[in-house]
Design a protein. Structure first.
Length: 703
């Protein structure tokens, strides 16, 4: 018998790995399709058993089974098991074969999801339980409401023709969202700026030169290669004195997916906007935004626009002053007739920051060596919550860049597995995100007995953060900017939300919360980045071991609000663009680029260029789940500033405050309304005051 005959698909077997983590080292490309199709078959079998159950529908024999009942052996949900690995790797470690398989399987998986949500017999059971059920705990009631609403929002109340139309729309939207992401990744990786004349590196710091030399070596080229990945693009735009090259980089970045080639996303965006509008209207809503916001803290379109307009009123006057100051700096250096263009903004902004605060990202890099930053971030979690991290090299990983850690609670018990994937590479999407390979939930130990604390096992989560931080070079270890430290803290905040999950049902655990609440734990953690007490724990010069000097920390703090209003207006502009698309009541038949320019015009403080386009690369609102929800970042920023003010009042490492944040927010997932959870922590509703004070827009005494 040969090896091929002996080998079994690892998704079908007990993993036999530490904490039952995914056996990345044993998974082959051909395993995915086989396991997905078998997972669909098993799901269908379970649904048939459920709808043919002769017993009266109850919460226990219907809702729990629909939500998270595992397979007959009780080990795992096969489809969830394989899908989590496949789609996570599709973002973090993809290739042409993976992309092709995703194109093949996506409509099959969407059809399967529709088959469940549009199953009339199944919905009849759910509807019966929704109307007639035993007394439920708050978490059980939330699960029941989510289950019923989920079916309704997926078309369960439509007639046969409506259901068939919804199937067509959702399957097409799924395919187009996938195509959008694949196009963007290909366009991003296709562009390089190849420099062979060292004079054209003028202004660039050693870190950028070394990274570019490494990139050239990896591509077997002479000289230096710059890419559109953030660790390469951002330093180039900040430091390069070569204005024409900055223009080339800027235009390459800001015209991605607009070119006359197969990666053009313009028609895909138009179609996605119309598909979502039609889906919402088919389900009885005026617009897609109305459909989405029914299950958000904001509640409705009016409240979203109120937030965006309030921020615009508060920040735009300051943002205009910030831009004028940068224009003044540019003319001081280049002459009074100099016209500031978008590719100049980062360069002259940096010059002004140096003049005002004598600070820049390169000064700080030597103090932010990645291994020390990791120690600092883990140490912060230890000081706040008592948890510890231990790297375990026996845990399989999907790429050598990835580190895997076991996480232990303050009592020494196992809490979670944490994967960290730090650096850009060819098959990896840009940006940074947190995800899960396994969520947290409570499993019944004896399947024949009802659930109880005694008859349960707490299945702990496997969470991952994926980032694109500066890579090490032959000469130096990975040295980060302060912005990259903040990115790490942000994604780590999401991961704490996942790791501390402590709920009965997986669909309510961890980050399974309303989208304008999900950014609170992540943005909250960013606050620590400029706190002296935190920086003191890890910010040491990678060569000398000297701590980050006090006067440099003071300059960081003083410069914290440099261009803060400009940054706020940028986020507001994205929110306005998002809402402009998804509050459309009629067919969207306008040209994307002019529509975009008009939609966010009132938030713009820099001139717009005619050929650039954000929409076609705006993954959040086209392919990432933030459609009609991009305002969430600013909504959560109000919450995070308000929450951190509580920590500042009692001490940033105060364990009693941290325990309250863990107990009331991080561990509760989506088991209750997020405002109820927040008020339980804070003792009242959040206000915008703390954010305005933090940003220097409003003084502490102003009311």
């Amino acid at each position: 018998m040969n090896e091929q005959q002996e080998r079994k698909n690892p998704f079908f077997l007990p993993y036999n790995t530490p904490h039952d983590v995914a056996p990345f080292d044993h998974i082959r490309l051909e395993d995915y399709e086989e396991a997905m199709l078998e997972g669909i078959r098993r799901d269908d079998e379970q649904i048939e058993k459920l709808i043919n159950n002769p017993e009266k529908p109850t919460f226990d024999n219907t809702i729990i089974n629909v939500d998270d009942e595992k397979d007959n052996e009780g080990y795992y949900d096969l489809l969830s098991r394989v899908s989590s690995v496949f789609f996570n790797l599709l973002s973090a470690e993809t290739n042409d074969e993976m992309d092709a398989l995703a194109q093949k399987m996506s409509p099959i998986l969407t059809k399967h999801a529709n088959d469940i949500r549009l199953n009339e017999k199944l919905f009849e059971r759910i509807k019966y339980v929704h109307r007639h059920h035993r007394k439920l705990s708050p978490e059980e009631k939330m699960l029941l409401d989510n289950c019923y609403d989920g079916f309704v929002r997926s078309g369960a109340l439509l007639d046969a023709a409506g259901k068939e139309r919804l199937r067509q729309l959702t399957e097409e939207a799924s395919m187009l969202g996938l195509q959008f992401s694949q196009n963007l990744l290909k366009e991003n990786k296709a562009f390089t700026l190849h420099i062979t004349d060292e004079a054209q590196l003028d202004g660039l710091p050693d870190s950028a030169r070394e990274a570019a030399a490494l990139a050239a070596k990896e591509q077997e080229k002479e000289g230096w290669v710059f890419t559109l990945d953030f660790p390469s693009y951002s330093p180039f735009m900040t430091y390069s004195t070569q204005r024409e090259l900055r223009r080339q980089m800027y235009m390459a970045k800001n015209t991605e997916c607009t070119h006359d080639n197969t990666e053009n996303n313009i028609e895909i965006c138009k179609r996605l906007i119309n598909l979502r509008r039609e889906i919402a209207q088919l389900l009885g809503h005026k617009t897609y935004a109305d459909y989405v916001l029914k299950h958000r803290m904001a509640g409705n379109v009016r409240n979203v626009y109120k937030l965006l307009n309030d921020l615009m009123a508060a920040y735009k006057p300051t943002a205009k002053k910030e831009v004028k100051a940068i224009e003044k700096m540019a003319r001081k250096l280049e002459g009074k007739d100099f016209k500031l263009e978008p590719w100049d903004f980062g360069f002259y902004s940096h010059k002004l920051q140096l003049e005002k605060y004598n600070i820049d990202a390169e000064m700080l890099r030597p103090y932010f060596e990645l291994s020390k930053v990791i120690e600092g971030v883990f140490g912060l979690a230890n000081r706040l919550y008592g948890i510890t991290f231990r790297e375990n090299k026996d845990i399989p990983v999907y790429h050598p860049d990835v580190k895997a850690y076991e996480v232990f609670d303050k009592d020494g018990s196992y809490l979670a597995v944490f994967y960290a994937d730090f650096h850009p590479r060819q098959g990896k999407q840009g940006g940074a995100w947190m995800t899960e390979y396994q969520g947290q939930w409570m499993e019944r130990v004896d399947k024949k007995k009802p659930f109880s604390p005694e008859n349960s096992k707490n299945v702990r989560p496997h969470v991952s953060v994926v980032m694109n931080l500066t890579k090490p070079t032959a000469e130096k270890p990975a040295l980060l900017t302060l912005g990259e430290v903040e990115t790490f803290l942000h994604e780590f905040g999401h991961s704490l939300h996942g790791m501390f999950a402590n709920t009965r049902f997986e669909s309510l655990s961890g980050t399974n919360v309303w989208w304008d609440f999900v950014e609170l734990p992540s943005q909250f953690m960013e606050n620590f980045a400029i706190e002296k007490e935190f920086l003191r724990t890890f910010a040491f010069h990678y060569e000398t071991g000297e701590p980050l000097p006090d006067e440099l920390i003071d300059r960081i703090v003083k410069s914290r609000n440099f261009n803060v209003a400009y940054a706020c207006m940028r986020q507001v502009s994205f929110g306005l663009l998002d809402m402009a698309y998804y509050t459309k009541k009629d067919v969207f038949d306008e040209e994307i680029i002019p529509f975009e320019k008009k939609a966010w015009e009132k938030a713009m403080v820099l001139p717009q260029l005619p050929d650039t386009c954000m929409t076609v690369q705006f993954s959040h609102i086209m392919a990432g789940g933030y459609a009609a929800g991009y305002y969430s970042y600013k909504w959560a920023e109000v919450l995070d500033a308000d929450a951190f003010a509580v920590f500042k009042k009692h001490g940033i490492f105060n364990q009693k405050t941290a325990q309250s944040f863990r107990d009331n927010i991080l561990s509760k997932g989506g088991t209750e309304n997020p405002m109820v959870l927040y008020k339980r922590f804070k003792g009242g509703e959040p206000t915008i005051d703390a954010l305005l004070k933090r940003n220097g827009i409003k003084t502490a005494k102003t009311r």
